[in-house]
Design a binder for this molecule. Structure first.
Ligand code: C5P
Length: 231
């Protein structure tokens, strides 16, 4: 899909992978012949005309810089993250202002978890389309299961399932709105696993675009088996 706006992706990849039960970063586990992070990078690199910032940890900094210099010149910067995903993304947002050919106000910025390596071109297309009509959008899928609101082990309510979506990444913004959203989060010490929630707090409308049930976040060992099955 052609797009008159420049497109950037911030890839938070600085997690510890503790739920994988391993000491090393889950993003370097293999699915077939490639690692999780390589698959994620391939999806955006192959899409074309996207610049990336990868946020990583001390342990993987050198390896990611090696990947940048060999296979992935679309990565404009590899930087160190923080103790939370919000902090890591926030550093990525700051870094956008430092890179050569950085974004202008209305350019598009996606935030995409390094761990969501099954992202497809169709989902990226949907995000690009979503930003043509909205300042903020997020890939999501309708909840397949009934979801309960629970307090202290007791069900408080059962929301109508047709109104419930599970959101994924990409979480997508026009650059000026992203800067405002993360600026506010930093000022007020707000943590979020869902970046677009930070824009909601400022009153922006967030559109849902179609994600995919296979766009899973590699988190626990069975996710690797699932990803191997569909890759
Ligand atoms: O922890 P969780 O699975 O929600 O992490 C989602 C993404 O955020 C992963 O790709 C992970 O590497 C990244 N992350 C990060 N910095 C952190 C924690 C998580 O970049 N401190």
């Amino acid at each position: 899909m052609s797009c008159s706006h420049k497109i950037y992706v911030i890839i938070p990849a600085a997690g510890s992978g503790s739920r994988m039960g391993k000491n090393s970063n889950k993003l370097f586990m293999k699915i077939g012949d490639k690692t999780v992070i390589e698959r994620t990078l391939d999806a955006f690199n192959n899409y074309g005309n996207i610049y990336a910032i990868v946020v990583t940890n001390e342990e993987n900094l050198e390896e990611l810089r090696r990947l940048q210099n060999t296979n992935y010149p679309f990565i404009k910067s590899v930087i160190l993250g923080g103790n939370s995903r919000t902090e890591s993304v926030s550093k990525g947002v700051d870094e956008l202002a430092n890179i050569e050919d950085g974004p202008t106000a209305d350019d598009y910025v996606f935030i995409h978890d390094g761990a969501r390596c099954m992202i497809t071109k169709d989902v990226i297309d949907n995000c690009v389309e979503g930003l043509a009509d909205n300042k903020v959008c997020v890939a999501g899928v309708q909840a397949k299961n009934t979801i309960k609101v629970v307090h202290d082990g007791i069900v408080e309510s059962t929301p109508d399932r047709s109104t419930l979506y599970e959101v994924q990444t990409p979480q997508c913004f026009h650059y000026n709105v992203l800067k405002k959203s993360y600026g506010n989060a930093k000022e007020n010490n707000i943590e979020a696993t869902d970046d677009t929630a930070l824009a909601e707090l400022l009153g922006y409308k967030v559109a849902i675009v179609e994600g995919s049930y296979s766009n899973i976040k590699i988190t626990t060992p069975e996710d690797i088996i699932f990803a191997q099955g569909i890759s």
